[in-house]
Design a binder for this molecule. Structure first.
Ligand SMILES: [Zn+2]
Length: 238
């Protein structure tokens, strides 16, 4: 535990101290012309355009046919498993480059702002298990949520749901295994929380089959949530 704590402090230091380079092409980012903390404008502009909500909702419907738990779904970039965008997500999750989460979250927040006039009562990051939080030092969905909250000017940081058990990462699993892997994993953080009449924005880093978001949404609905929309940085396999 001590070692992992040391590791995350070390990563944080690297995050602050290293000269800024573009995470994609490696070019140094000059102070003056810098638009983003981690990527040059050229690479950023090469990323594909956000995909329409319907496409994301269709994917959920494919695996959870007829269960309309999620009203709307935003995703910043479509991507394949092997792409520059997925490399960025890897740097965020496993190399501890937390600024990527906040900045891309801010971009995602701007996308939502331009396409929705909804008032969200709560932003809910998909929770990670406390053992994984210890190992990683942060929850990437929370970092993304902070960026979104900044763009939409809404408060964040409420603990509403939690992960009841440690699950293996979804990356290597088939769609069917993913479905099973996250069943009944998400539970209310506190039984007293009542979400009736509340609009929720549920946030995760990557959308693949939608099973994680679906099961979080199911838990939030059971807690009384009125409407749930989702926001993810990446939509895999568009
Ligand atoms: Zn670049």
């Amino acid at each position: 535990m001590l070692i992992s704590k040391f590791k995350s402090i070390f990563m944080l230091l690297i995050d602050f101290a290293s000269p800024r380079r573009c995470e994609v092409c490696g070019v140094y980012l000059g102070e003056s012309e810098r638009q983003h903390e981690f990527i040059c404008e050229e690479c950023f502009n090469k990323f594909p355009l956000p995909i329409p909500s319907e496409l994301v909702l269709e994917r959920i419907d494919k695996y959870y046919h007829g269960e309309k738990l999620i009203a709307n779904a935003y995703s910043l970039f479509p991507a394949s498993e092997k792409s520059d965008i997925m490399d960025l997500i890897y740097s965020l999750k496993y190399r501890g480059f937390s600024r990527i989460g906040k900045e891309l979250g801010f971009e995602l927040g701007k996308l939502i702002k331009n396409n929705s006039d909804k008032n969200y009562d709560y932003i809910v990051p998909v929770p990670i298990h406390h053992a994984r939080l210890r190992e990683r030092g942060f929850n990437q969905s929370e970092l993304i949520s902070n960026g979104i909250a900044k763009a939409l000017n809404i408060p964040t940081g409420f603990k509403i749901i939690k992960r009841a058990r440690y699950t293996q990462t979804q990356t290597q699993l088939s769609a069917r295994e993913r479905k099973k892997n996250v069943e009944d994993v998400f539970v209310p953080k506190n039984v007293q929380i009542n979400l009736s009449g509340k609009n929720i924005l549920l946030v995760d880093d990557v959308f693949t089959t939608g099973s994680t978001l679906y099961h979080c949404a199911k838990c939030l609905k059971e807690m009384g949530a009125s409407q749930i929309e989702t926001a993810t940085l990446v939509f895999v396999g568009a």
